[in-house]
Design a protein around this ligand. Structure first.
Ligand SMILES: Nc1nc2c(ncn2[C@@H]2O[C@H](COP(=O)(O)OP(=O)(O)O)[C@@H](O)[C@H]2O)c(=O)[nH]1
Ligand SMILES: [Mg+2]
Length: 330
């Protein structure tokens, strides 16, 4: 995936402000991307970064963590927080996801409300409520995504509606898929950020560890290849993550991961006939990871039943979806 932005950089995992004095007029800060499930929040962040940092699927509620993606250009730096979609659900995992999105919002300088240009249901209204509850505390930019699917009159009508409902400081149509409007969006966001030096080193890309990214690629493959409740009943943990040794003639990442499901019937689906589903998931995840890492990967996958984990506070904590007493916030 190519970046739309020239003069941007991304690559390593370093964080921490650089020591040099920035040129005056440099702006930097945190932008939380808030919106309904499936609005395209993860796609937008990936498109800005020119790298797939956050997994993307056609199914809602794919993103469970808050994920930081850093975009750096000569006169500015935006640390985007991609967040789980705002939605209503009684399940512990879902409530945890929404609370993460809202905490990312309170830690940010600007709220970027991403509206799904192609569909607006109850989750759209819920997201609007959340955004409006914080409207007087921070600048708001509303971006109508999937503009590639809208004709100009439809986009104009929707823009009018959003302007009336939220009076945002910036309002524009974008497409995370084609890159349309992203330069303008970057300019609009940057103008609302405080002046100051970069917050992260210029080659910083994300705060996610390679281990987490590996687990997320497996989860993405599960979301893409399984149906109904299976994706939502799946968590992935990485048991072993060995980076290539310094002198290896053919560098190779060796990764083994466990796919946790909630019930025996789900395990049967996840493994598939003669292991075919697990093989397909493994192959897809491996190809994605190889593209991300630029290095061959040896990936072993296991399936385990962790009974009803998505409603269990201890399991959520163990899988990294909930901050326990001993876990630092993420
Ligand atoms: N046509 C079109 N589809 C998009 C666009 N942005 C995202 N999508 C699709 O919308 C779906 C949800 O995207 P995702 O980034 O996972 O949404 P999230 O749940 O808000 O993070 C995926 O199938 C994307 O390919 C866009 O600008 N145009
Ligand atoms: Mg997402």
């Amino acid at each position: 995936m190519a970046s739309q932005e020239d003069g941007t950089s991304g690559g390593g995992l370093g964080t921490g402000a650089g020591g040099e004095t920035p040129q005056s007029g440099h702006r930097s800060g945190f932008v939380a991307i808030i919106g309904a499930p499936n609005a395209g929040k993860s796609s937008l962040m990936n498109r800005f970064l020119g790298q797939k940092v956050a997994i993307v699927t056609k199914k809602p509620q794919t993103t469970r963590h808050r994920i930081l993606g850093v975009l750096t250009w000569p006169s500015g730096q935006i640390a985007f927080c991609d967040t789980p979609g705002i939605h209503d659900s009684p399940k512990a995992l879902n409530r945890e996801m929404v609370s993460r999105a809202l905490s990312a919002l309170s830690d940010s300088d600007v709220c970027l409300w991403l509206v799904d240009g192609a569909s607006r249901g109850p989750d759209h209204r819920r997201a609007l409520e959340m955004v409006m509850a914080r409207r007087d505390r921070m600048p708001l930019v509303a971006a109508i995504n999937k503009a590639d699917l809208l004709d100009p009159p439809a986009l104009a009508e929707l823009s009018g509606q959003i302007a009336g409902q939220a009076s945002p400081d910036g309002l524009l149509g974008v497409s995370a898929m084609t890159g349309q409007g992203l330069r303008r969006l970057r300019r609009t966001l940057a103008a609302l950020l405080p002046e100051g030096p970069p917050l992260f080193e210029e080659d910083a890309l994300t705060d996610q560890s390679l281990r987490t990214i590996a687990a997320e690629h497996v989860r993405e493959a599960v979301f893409e290849l399984t149906r109904q409740e299976i994706p939502y009943s799946t968590a992935v943990t990485v048991d072993e993550f060995l980076e290539p040794g310094p002198g290896e003639a053919r560098p190779l990442f060796r990764i083994s991961a466990t796919i946790h499901v909630e019930r025996d019937s789900q395990k049967r689906v996840m493994v598939g006939r003669n292991g075919s589903m697990l093989r397909d998931v493994g192959r897809r995840a491996r190809l994605g990871l190889e593209a991300f890492l630029g290095t061959p990967v040896f990936l072993s996958l296991f399936v385990r039943i962790t009974k009803d984990w998505s409603g269990d506070a201890r399991a959520l904590e163990e899988f990294g979806y909930r901050d326990g007493p001993g876990r630092p916030g993420r």
